[in-house]
Design a protein around this ligand. Structure first.
Ligand SMILES: *[C@@H]1O[C@H](CO)[C@@H](O)[C@H](O)[C@H]1NC(C)=O
Ligand SMILES: *[C@@H]1O[C@H](CO)[C@@H](O)[C@H](O)[C@H]1NC(C)=O
Ligand SMILES: *[C@@H]1O[C@H](CO)[C@@H](O)[C@H](O)[C@H]1NC(C)=O
Ligand SMILES: *[C@@H]1O[C@H](CO)[C@@H](O)[C@H](O)[C@H]1NC(C)=O
Ligand SMILES: *[C@@H]1O[C@H](CO)[C@@H](O)[C@H](O)[C@H]1NC(C)=O
Ligand SMILES: *[C@@H]1O[C@H](CO)[C@@H](O)[C@H](O)[C@H]1NC(C)=O
Length: 701
């Protein structure tokens, strides 16, 4: 075990152990210290590059949509890619690529598992667990240099290898959706242990800290958990150190003493603490889709991140204590923010963001190739933490087809979403589904753009969390599809509009195409709601008269119907506004896009309704608010509980008669006047005439 520590300590040593029949414990160590000046300069270069493309700008989602059923009050979802990763581990890579090859180490990494384990077991039985002495770098190099050369002469014993393969359990890929973890864990059962471990303070040595931490931990899982909780609550990411990695120590003692480290520091401390606790653990290095990752990018060169593998209940499991501890914002400080996701993450999910240098460390069957890793859509921990299960397409780069690209997200619960393209635009229609959403994006420019999607729980008051990115490649723009700026996503009916009381929508699709410029949208209302709809457009200047007078509302019992006649062809937004009887304001609860491309459409507005026009009144004809002069017009209305209905034109009055079906009907002659009104008399005041409708009279066309 002592040996094992040392390895992880420096992160600069490649260790190979082969066992050969000599003693009951066969250990042979090959080490190579890479602290050459040459490699050092390589490393610094890599570091600088990493920092430059490192910690991305956080994404601020500034949205303040009033009149929405839910408030997006200035929320900031600024956690984009703020997971730290660093360039500490390049040396592993350098070895296998450069020097290592001279020493015939090329495939060595592959065997690391068995080798480490046999070493650990040996070390443990040899009682070397305690009193680990860290040699100085120079000693280390000197003391192991010689053995490197020995190695060439020592053959690998195949028997031993087979024996240890038993301990590797590979997890199925793709993910079977049953659990986020690779072990069934009852987090409730850990509550006490977690609370205790988080509170342990230590200004002592690593050994004393572990002793303290293990006070209530019995099983290896509990021990690992206590260490995990402690590290993720006490070790700060060293954002300053990241700027100059040559100054950062990854020695567990230094990490503990300073309380800070880069990812290699976290993983070496984790490994060291596990080793003291008697839990098999190793550091793993590789590429990550963390800080600095650009959607769709390729990876090459040195490893940039480090994490751990622990051996629990007869198989290996993965964890990333750096990302479990918190996040880093652009040029800003590290913020503690415990993330359960990275503890014993299911390998099929872990691979989404972590690509180990050695395939074996994926713990997957089948393994993922680097090319696949690069193409995989990047789902962030929040994606899974929010109960989302899948995102289609599952590749991070997608091309538009006829100017459009569609996405589908599915999960286990209701979520609210936001999206934007290149951080500024929202050229698309997003409709909530029962446990996810559908999104159609119509980029308005050709070229590459980044689509970012954010989500939050239905009942959450807080901000939206960034959950994933896509890179959209748009070769041609669909110029027919103009997304109205006045449109607010989500669009169309959903559980959200149902929550507001709008049920049984006549149109499920948020986009309504109409040939003649007319359509009728209806809902069943739940409860005593007040509703009205408005029509908006970017293309023509809509006066407030136009916004309201091109929709005519009719309500029969709980069914509300909005008859729409577009003033001209074009693209419009129909907003259905809802108010509870005890609320003060209406909020827009369901929006549709109405598209009419035919050019000849020109509908007049509907007649004006006065305040006396009650919700349950019904107008069958005439619906045009502008009537031709000198014409006979037939009227038909349902106006219950009145004694008289008449149409008045100047001094003339045309009384309508009540039919057996309950309609007030009659013919009225429009003269040369400009206005025509409909009046009613209520039962309680039979001599008072009340205006309910007003028409304009214009020249015949
Ligand atoms: C978004 O909000 C942040 C912080 O309040 C502000 O700095 C930034 O300028 C805003 N961006 C836009 C596009 O309004
Ligand atoms: C390793 O081999 C390469 C070419 O194969 C050679 O250029 C380099 O000097 C060798 N390094 C050592 C340390 O032998
Ligand atoms: C640890 O800190 C406590 C108080 O913070 C102090 O009393 C104690 O001497 C410290 N122990 C060591 C070993 O530094
Ligand atoms: C990094 O730190 C080392 C040691 O303190 C120093 O010599 C070097 O100049 C620093 N490099 C940068 C880029 O700051
Ligand atoms: C979107 O942003 C990326 C990088 O920020 C840029 O390269 C690209 O040109 C932008 N796309 C458009 C269409 O503006
Ligand atoms: C209107 O109706 C009256 C009587 O029913 C008829 O005499 C008159 O010609 C009609 N006017 C028009 C313009 O149709």
């Amino acid at each position: 075990m002592a040996l094992h520590h040392r390895l992880s300590l420096w992160q600069k040593i490649l260790l190979g152990i082969f066992c050969f029949p000599l003693l009951p414990i066969y250990v042979c160590v090959y080490c190579l210290c890479l602290k050459d000046e040459e490699k050092e300069s390589e490393r610094n270069e890599a570091t600088v590059e990493h920092v430059e493309r490192g910690l991305n700008q956080p994404t601020y989602v500034n949205a303040s949509f009033r009149n929405r059923g839910f408030q997006y009050s200035e929320e900031q979802a600024n956690q984009n890619r703020n997971k730290a990763s660093d360039g500490q581990l390049e040396n592993f890579k350098v070895i296998s690529k450069g020097k290592g090859s001279n020493l015939s180490f090329s495939n060595r990494g592959f065997k690391e598992d068995e080798e480490d384990k046999s070493q650990q077991r040996s070390a443990t039985s040899a009682g070397q667990k305690e009193n680990v002495q860290i040699p100085s770098k120079d000693n280390w190099r000197v003391s192991f240099r010689n053995r490197v050369h020995k190695e060439d002469e020592v053959p690998v014993e195949p028997k031993k290898k087979k024996l240890e393969d038993k301990h590797i359990t590979n997890y199925r890929y793709p993910w079977d959706r049953t659990s986020l973890k690779s072990l069934p864990i009852d987090l409730k059962a850990f509550e006490k242990l977690d609370a205790y471990a988080a509170k342990v303070t230590s200004n002592h040595t690593v050994d004393l800290l572990v002793k303290e931490l293990l006070r209530y931990a019995r099983t290896d899982l509990e021990k690992t958990r206590a260490i995990w909780i402690w590290i993720s609550h006490h070790i700060e990411y060293d954002t300053e150190g990241l700027k100059n990695l040559s100054r950062v120590s990854c020695d567990p003692n230094d990490v503990l003493r300073t309380g800070r480290g880069v990812c290699a520091g976290y993983s070496s401390l984790f490994e060291r603490m596990c080793s003291i606790a008697g839990v098999q653990c190793k550091s793993v290095s590789g590429y990550s889709k963390g800080a600095g990752y650009k959607t769709g990018q390729k990876f090459s060169g040195a490893s940039t991140h480090a994490w751990n593998m622990v051996y629990l209940e007869e198989s290996w499991h993965l964890l990333d204590s750096t990302w479990g501890a918190g996040t880093v914002s652009y040029n800003g400080p590290f913020t503690f923010g415990y993330n359960e996701f990275y503890f014993l993450t299911h390998p099929a999910l872990f691979i989404g963001e972590h690509f180990p240098e050695y395939r074996k460390h994926q713990l997957l069957e089948p393994c993922i190739l680097q090319d696949q890793f690069e193409k995989l859509v990047h789902c962030e921990s929040h994606f899974y933490n929010m109960g989302l299960l899948s995102s289609l397409p599952d590749t991070c780069t997608v091309e538009t087809v006829k100017g459009k690209v569609s996405f589908t997200l599915e999960g286990r619960q209701r979520l609210l979403f936001l999206f934007h393209l290149n951080k500024t635009e929202t050229p698309g229609f997003m409709q909530l589904t029962e446990h996810g959403m559908k999104l159609d994006v119509y980029p308005q420019k050709t070229g590459e753009q980044i689509l970012q999607i954010f989500a939050k729980r239905e009942d959450s008051e807080g901000s939206y969390d960034w959950i994933l990115d896509y890179k959209i490649i748009c070769k041609s723009v669909d110029t027919n599809m103009k997304i109205p700026k006045c449109l607010h996503n989500p669009v169309g009916p959903s559980w959200l509009s149902e929550k507001a009381g709008l049920f049984q929508p006549s149109h499920q699709d948020p986009v309504i195409y109409t040939e003649d410029g007319c359509c009728t949208v209806s809902f069943a209302l739940k409860g005593q709601l007040d509703v009205f709809a408005t029509l908006e457009s970017d293309e023509i200047k809509m006066t407030s008269d136009m916004k309201n007078r091109h929709i005519f509302q009719t309500q029969r019992k709980n069914n509300v119907e909005f008859r729409v006649r577009l003033p001209t062809s074009g693209t419009y937004v129909l907003c259905v506004n809802v108010k509870n009887p005890n609320a003060d304001t209406y909020t827009s609860q369901c929006e549709y896009v109405i598209i009419c491309t035919k050019r000849t459409v020109h509908w007049p507005k509907f007649p004006l309704t006065y305040g006396t026009w009650a919700k349950h009144y019904e107008l069958l004809e005439p619906l045009d608010g502008i009537l031709p002069e000198n014409s006979n017009i037939s009227f038909k209305l349902r106006v219950p509980d009145v004694t008289e209905v008449s149409v008045r034109e100047g001094k003339n009055s045309f009384p309508l008669s009540l039919t057996d079906q309950g309609y007030w009907e009659g013919i009225c002659h429009t003269g040369a006047t400009q206005e025509l009104t409909v009046t009613v008399c209520f039962k309680d005041k039979p001599n008072v005439y009340n205006f309910i409708l007003q028409y304009q009279v214009g020249p015949k066309k």
